[in-house]
Ligand binder design. Sequence first.
Ligand code: NAP
Length: 248
Amino acid sequence: MTESSGRTILVTGGSKGIGRAICLALAGPDSRIYFNYSSDSAAAEKTEELVAAAGGRVKGIQADVASEAAVRDLFDSVVKEAGGLDVLVNNAGITRDGLVLRMKEQDWDAVMDINLKGAFRCAKLAAKTMLKQRKGRIINISSVVAFSGNPGQANYVAAKSGIIGLTKALARELASRNITVNAVAPGYVETDMTGAMTDKARSALVEQIPLGRVGMPEDVAEAVAFLASEGAGYITGQVIHVNGGMYM
Ligand code: NAP
C-alpha cells in the first residue's frame, strides 16, 4: 500500500509537464487519479498510459477550467464515479506574455480566468465534497514570479500572487474541517510552457540559479506528493518554494 492508496486525486492540467509528473508521483496501486486538460488529447492519452504502467487507475477528462459548467460536470462525474475526493491539485495554467503597455485585455482576462478563477472554481467544488468528508487536501500551483515579479508577465504574476491569497484564505476557512490548503511555487521548470526560451536566455537564467540547473517537473511533483501525504497533515496555508534557490 502506498500513501495514496484508496485515495481519489484530481489534478487539473494533468496531461503534460508538471501536471503529468504530479499524476505519476501520486499514482499507486489503489489510487484513483483523475486529471483534466483543455485540448491536447494525445498528451492526455500518454499520461493515462504512463500512470497505468505505474500501476495506478487513471482517467483523463477534457474540461476547460475557464468554464464554470465544464468544471461542474468534471466534479460531478469524478465524485459520482469515485464516491468522493481526497486531493485536488490546481495545476492548470497558461501564459500570455507581454509588457503592460501592449497587453491586450483578452490576454489579461484569459490568464486570470484560467490560472486564478479556474483554481477558485475547482477549490469551491472540491471543498463542498471535502467538507462532508471532514478531510481533504488542496494544493495550488503558484510560481516564483509571484514573489520576485517578472517583466512581461503582469497578468501571470498577478494571477499567481492571487493563488497565494486564495491559498491562505481557504486554509483558514477549511482548517476546522481537517482540510489543508497549501501552495507550491516552482521556479523555472522545463516544460512546453517554457519551451520557447532561447538557449542564450536559458543559460543566462541558469547562471542565476544557485543549484546550477533548471527544474524538472518531477522536482515540483515531489513537493506536491509530500503535501498530499499523511505526514503533511499539520501544514496548512503555506508555500513550498521549489526553485533551485533562485528566490530565497
Ligand atoms: P504546460 O506544460 O503548458 O501544461 C499545462 C497543462 O494545463 C496542460 O495539461 C494543459 O492542457 C492544461 N490547461 C491549460 N489550459 C487549460 C484550461 N483552460 N483548462 C484545463 N486545462 C488547461 O505547463 P507547465 O509548465 O506544466 O505548468 C503547470 C503549472 O505550473 C501552471 O500552473 C504553471 O503556471 C505553473 N508553473 C510552471 C512553471 C514552469 O517553469 N514551467 C513555473 C512556475 C509555475 P492542454 O495542453 O490540453 O491545453
